[in-house]
Ligand binder design. Sequence first.
Ligand code: AMP
Ligand code: ZN
Ligand code: FE
Ligand code: FE
Length: 291
Amino acid sequence: MAGFDLHTHTIFSDGTTTPADNVRDAVALGLEGLGVTDHDTTAPFEAARAACEGTGLELVLGTEFSAELDGYSVHVLGYWIDPSYPPLVEELDRLRNEREHRARAIVDKFVGLGVEVTFSRVQELAGAAPIGRPHIAQAVVEAGAAPDTRTVFDTWLADGGPAYVEKHAVAPRRAVELLVAAGGVAVLAHPGLYGTAGEPGRGGDGDGRALGPGLPAEAIEEMVAAGLAGIEADHPDHPDEHRRRYRDLAAAHGLEVTAGSDYHGAGKVNPLGSATTPREVVERLRGWRHA
Ligand code: AMP
Ligand code: ZN
Ligand code: FE
Ligand code: FE
């Protein structure tokens, strides 16, 4: 399997596999490169580097950075960032702290809805990782309130759902600025999933996540002005309609089109390597550094 899977998670956020697992599986699949993009952290970098040594696999270390627009999450992938750049470190610390407050608020909402889930269990499931909604969904399943995490999202936890609590984050434009200032390259993740609170099961060939209206073009234009380099038009959960819309938008602004599996291990159905970016696109993306 050629190409780079530019979007994967590990136990350092809400994935269920270690960086070493992802590296090993990527090598076994014959991938040329692997993006390591945990939510709001650069903590997996060291383990990923160590696991990668001598394998010939090319690592693209990054983070899936949380931003928000009108109360909805916008994710921005930042590749080749300097993990010690102080303003980035500061915002990542703040975001992880914010995630903890928000998880407590979400747990309170569930309790108010009659679901007996505890914050301590959620914290146990997250371990040292920034707490994400998938950890909470798992705790809700354990509490016996739903058969699987898919149902938890569709019933309560999708953006705008009855147990949803927004996380206070910077605007998408600011996210791009920060990632670029940290020496990185910013790519808008899955814009078609923005504002997902619609009918369930209308997603693409991913996990059937509810399809949102998609991030408005004006928001993308602001990100472009801030230095956005690419759009993840080919996300597994994007239906063809969104793939086309965001490919066209990328072309109109001279941006790269990227793809990645958004692998979460057992946490989601998208298999590792199920979406890849060709090497020449990765090389062009790299050229956006300090551009
Ligand atoms: P958080 O960063 O805590 O807002 O959680 C984001 C993660 O939750 C994403 O990376 C997905 O894995 C998952 N997620 C968000 N929305 C949905 C949805 N509607 N259905 C299934 N999973 C979702
Ligand atoms: Zn995730
Ligand atoms: Fe995401
Ligand atoms: Fe992701």
